[in-house]
Ligand binder design. Structure first.
Ligand code: ADP
Ligand code: ADP
Length: 212
């Protein structure tokens, strides 16, 4: 977890691949449904465009379906879910009741608001492979993905007014999860400033320490 722009998607790519588990990003699944023109996408779009959370019922049903897929049987990394206390409570009950499982660890990416705004304003995503780039730090002069040749796009919700609202939504609804998971004894906060590789190393070190 961490505010919009903290680097969750970026770090999730590396951590999931290191742990050989699927990365389950609710934002990515919603965006794929919006661009695919599905009923789920149609329902989610109005909330996403405003920077509001998609209703819990829709989001939880989608996560339940995704967690039921075969590749999640031996572990998974959630990115962007849960995003409020009711989602966290439902996730806990659902993991226990349906799979006899529980979350091992919650990583909080800690970064200040100025940095988050800088990161979001330059964020670009590959329309083909989903890789996340930054115009300044990755020195992107063109709109082409260096990994797969796909075209990069700027997310509609990375506009300044929507970003401001998403940060408020984070403070009001998602930040309370820090104490929720601290009380559960599974929260580890890491400094998410500095180069991407250094943050990844801090995250992996936290996972290793936690596993003992
Ligand atoms: P960010 O990268 O800014 O953290 P995401 O890609 O995770 O954003 O999410 C983009 C949008 O998708 C959110 O603003 C929200 O509308 C919707 N969304 C993603 N995850 C959830 C969730 N767990 N609950 C409700 N809405 C969600
Ligand atoms: P989130 O999923 O938390 O919203 P992203 O992973 O999409 O955040 O990152 C937001 C933007 O910041 C992207 O453009 C990404 O390339 C950039 N970014 C991520 N981590 C770092 C970092 N450690 N230093 C500089 N830029 C970063």
């Amino acid at each position: 977890m961490g505010p919009p722009g903290a680097g969750k998607g970026t770090q999730a790519q590396f951590i999931a691949s290191h742990l050989s588990v699927p990365k389950i990003s609710t934002g990515d699944i919603f965006r794929a449904n919006v661009s695919g023109g599905t009923e789920l996408g149609r329902q989610a779009k109005q909330y996403m465009d405003r920077g509001d959370l998609v209703p819990d019922e829709i989001t939880i049903a989608m996560v339940r379906d995704r967690l039921s897929e075969d590749d999640a049987r031996h572990g998974f990394l959630l990115d962007g879910f849960p995003r409020n206390v009711p989602q966290a409570q439902t996730l806990k009950k659902m993991l226990d009741a349906e799979w006899g499982a529980k979350l091992d660890l919650v990583l909080e990416l800690v970064v200040d608001e100025d940095e988050v705004v800088r990161r979001l304003s330059g964020r670009r995503t590959c329309s083909q492979c989903g890789k996340i780039w930054h115009v300044d730090w990755d020195d992107k002069k063109d709109d082409i993905c260096d990994e797969c040749g796909g075209r990069l796009f700027q997310r509609d919700d990375d506009r300044e007014d929507v970003v401001r609202h998403r940060l408020e939504v984070y403070q009001e609804q998602t930040a309370p999860l820090v104490s929720f998971y601290a009380d559960e004894g599974i929260l580890v906060g890491i400094d998410a400033t500095g180069p991407v590789e250094e943050v990844t190393e801090r995250a992996l070190e936290a996972i290793r320490r936690f596993r003992g």
